[in-house]
Design a binder for this molecule. Structure first.
Ligand code: 13P
Ligand code: SF4
Length: 307
């Protein structure tokens, strides 16, 4: 329900500019309400690959997501309401660290989590998101895989695919938000909500994943809950995922696994900043054409495997 003059102004500007607003599931309620499309990283990537009829894309997510939209649409204006919206994990794997690891393991396939900078992506064989990491890893013929930057997602994949040797690059890349969640939080919520199913994201530590009932991407959580007969769920990821599920799947009881699981940079896109970015058509997200061209192969490989 739209109840805010700024939201109305944004919708009007969006029409005038023939713009589309893409937003990640972790955006706050007021941003989710004005988005044309909401999704997890994979769904946003797929949507970005399908934008043909819009002149301007306003990307309410973190830097690597907007960069991926640019990689797939180098001729479009891709705007992120604030450039400060960075994913710290994506910056944990600088290009030179990946190049050194490739030199040390010349026989390894390279899979980068989409939460990585484009300068690193250009050296990957393929990319993955939390929704398709296992499938993408299976798709590479290599037994040895350089996987980064998220060690927990890499450990999740290694746990499922015992015939692959996963080498983490860097050795301890992580999401600071999901790292806040501990096994004790799972035990506590189990006592508090004995009838609830406990779901967490694969960016959580493996011991947390093992303590939960189900592990899935944010988009996977939404679909799973919509299709489930169960009524109560504990959600182990960023707090606004609950906002998203509540608005799509009414009638369920949702509890956060950790109330403090907040991705601060995801919250930087205020309605004022979104309005201004529509008016000014900036700040623009761009990449050098060589980096975009080389990274596009890895993005396209992932999208092909995910079909
Ligand atoms: P999803 O692809 O599951 O939405 O995850 C993205 C992310 O950054 C999680 O922290
Ligand atoms: Fe990055 Fe973690 Fe925020 Fe996801 S929740 S965007 S991995 S910092």
């Amino acid at each position: 329900m739209m109840n805010n003059a700024l939201q109305e102004e944004i919708l009007k500007l969006k029409e005038e500019k023939n713009a589309i607003i893409l937003a990640h599931n972790y955006q706050p309620k007021e941003v989710q309400e004005i988005a044309d499309f909401l999704g997890d990283s994979l769904e946003l990537c797929i949507k970005a690959s399908e934008i043909e009829d819009k002149d301007l894309v306003i990307f309410c997510g973190v830097d690597f997501m907007a960069e991926t939209a640019f990689i797939l649409n180098p001729d479009k204006k891709i705007v992120i309401p604030t450039l400060e919206a960075e994913c710290p994990m994506a910056h944990m794997l600088p290009e030179e660290v990946l190049l050194k690891a490739k030199e040390e393991h010349p026989d390894a396939g390279v899979i980068l989590y989409v939460n990585s900078i484009a300068e690193a992506k250009q050296h990957a064989d393929t990319l993955c998101t939390s929704a398709n990491a296992v499938k993408v890893t299976e798709s590479l013929p290599h037994k040895k895989i350089l996987f980064g930057p998220d060690k927990n997602l890499g450990t999740h994949v290694a746990d499922k695919l015992k015939d692959k040797e996963i080498i983490h690059v860097p050795s301890d890349g992580h999401c600071y938000v999901h790292r806040l969640i501990h096994v004790e939080d799972v035990e506590l919520k189990r006592k508090e909500y004995p009838n609830a199913e406990i779901i967490c994201h694969p960016e959580c530590k493996l011991e947390v994943q093992k303590a939960c009932d189900v592990v899935m991407s944010t988009g996977g959580m939404l679909r799973h809950i919509a299709e489930s007969d169960k009524e109560e769920f504990v959600i182990g990821t960023e707090i606004d995922m609950i906002t998203r599920i509540n608005s799509e799947v009414p009638g369920k009881k949702l509890y956060p696994l950790l109330e403090g699981a907040i991705c601060n940079t995801m919250k930087l896109h205020t309605l004022e900043k979104i309005r201004d970015s529509l008016i000014n058509e900036e700040p623009r997200v761009t990449l050098p054409s060589e980096v975009a061209d080389k990274s596009r192969k890895a993005v396209e490989h992932m999208l092909e495997v995910s079909k």
